[in-house]
Design a protein around this ligand. Structure first.
Ligand code: ZN
Ligand code: ZN
Length: 356
């Protein structure tokens, strides 16, 4: 985590705040390395305070670098009352997308008069978007582990097992390999595949249909996210056509990933191609999202996303076509943006594959 708090300092200066109160645990982990479940930070060029409760003082002593570890008072938030210079006014940013109205009220009561609270959410998240090389490698390792766990399930076949059995066995396989699922696994077969976020059912997977599996691992804190759609034998021509369309669109969108384009440019590329094929109403979600310590983070690839892709971003590219009553196809790769292009972290083949 060396250098992260310093990079954040530069961002604080741009936003005219002297220090940031960080209460989001993922952001705290990013800035300090702390993996416990209760802490707050006050961080700025002149302040590096890490506050936690008695359960975590020893753990924080081992994990946290660059911050002075303090044991919180009984009233946790009251820790922010102290430690301010008295001779001048300060602007203290807070994560307005995370702090509750009640906490905000309490902070205003607690802070001395010379400290002004200002909304400054999303600053750590913006730092997190650009991954360090070691973070990309952690995500690559999570993706490889997830691929191995799915390969094991495909070897056992899909038809005849229930969606829930496959999902559970896949999650168990990731745990056996030392990871956790990074989100609840989706296994959706037949017409159920037309629901982009279907929950697995206690329903056996038919022969001669498509099965969409969306799964990911979290390893050492870093997430992976991938989707493949498989055939259980010969599928109706209309589904095969939809598969061909999504595969082509996904390959074209993936090929366009490099520094420069805005999220909405890539989204439009995929969306226009799907609409031109007559499925404009059947692609109701964004093209992709950033992945890191959280499975959904910045940058977004969607119709309204105007962030430019940059080297170090790790994003998914996941077009889908969902035809009500018939079924659906989604193909999702995880990809790191490099200085001159991209590096695909997902390893499983994308040609329509028949699995027994
Ligand atoms: Zn996914
Ligand atoms: Zn995704």
């Amino acid at each position: 985590v060396t250098g992260r708090a310093e990079r954040l300092d530069a961002r604080l200066a741009e936003h005219g705040v002297d220090a940031l109160l960080v209460t989001d645990l993922v952001n705290i982990r990013y800035l300090t390395g702390f993996t416990g479940s209760n802490a707050l930070l006050v961080t700025g060029p002149e302040l590096r305070r890490f506050v936690t409760d008695f359960r975590y003082v020893a753990q924080a002593g081992d994990q946290v670098c660059g911050f002075a570890v303090e044991r919180a008072p009984q009233d946790f938030l009251a820790a922010v009352r102290d430690g301010w210079p008295e001779d001048r006014e300060l602007r203290l940013g807070f994560e307005d997308q995370k702090v509750t109205v009640r906490q905000h009220q309490r902070l205003q009561e607690l802070l001395p008069e010379q400290v002004e609270l200002v909304a400054a959410g999303g600053l750590v998240e913006r730092e997190r978007m650009v991954k360090e090389p070691a973070e990309v490698e952690a995500i690559r390792a999570a993706a490889a582990l997830a691929d191995a766990a799915l390969t094991e399930q495909l070897e056992q076949g899909l038809a005849g097992r229930t969606e829930r059995e496959v999902a559970r066995a896949l999650e168990d396989g990731m745990r056996r390999r030392g990871a956790e699922p990074s989100f609840a696994t989706i296994v959706a077969s037949g017409p159920h595949g037309a629901l982009p976020h279907a929950s697995p059912r206690d329903v056996a997977i038919d022969r001669g249909t498509l099965v969409t599996i969306d799964w990911g691992a979290r390893l050492d804190g870093y997430c992976s996210d991938c989707t493949r759609t498989y055939a259980t034998g010969d599928v109706p021509g209309e589904l095969a056509d939809v598969y061909g369309l999504v595969r082509r669109v996904q390959a074209d969108a993936l090929a366009a990933v490099r520094p420069g384009p805005e999220g909405k440019d890539l989204d439009a590329l995929a969306r226009d191609a799907i609409a031109a094929a007559g499925h404009g109403d059947h692609f109701g979600h964004g093209l992709g999202h950033g992945v890191g310590l959280e499975v959904h983070e910045g940058p977004r690839l969607s119709a309204t996303a105007d962030d430019e892709l940059a080297a170090g971003h790790v994003v998914t590219v996941e077009p889908g076509v969902y035809v009500p009553g018939l079924g659906g196809v989604r193909i999702e790769d995880l990809v790191a943006v490099t200085a001159d292009g991209h590096d695909v972290l997902s390893g499983l083949p994308k040609a329509l594959t028949a699995v027994g």
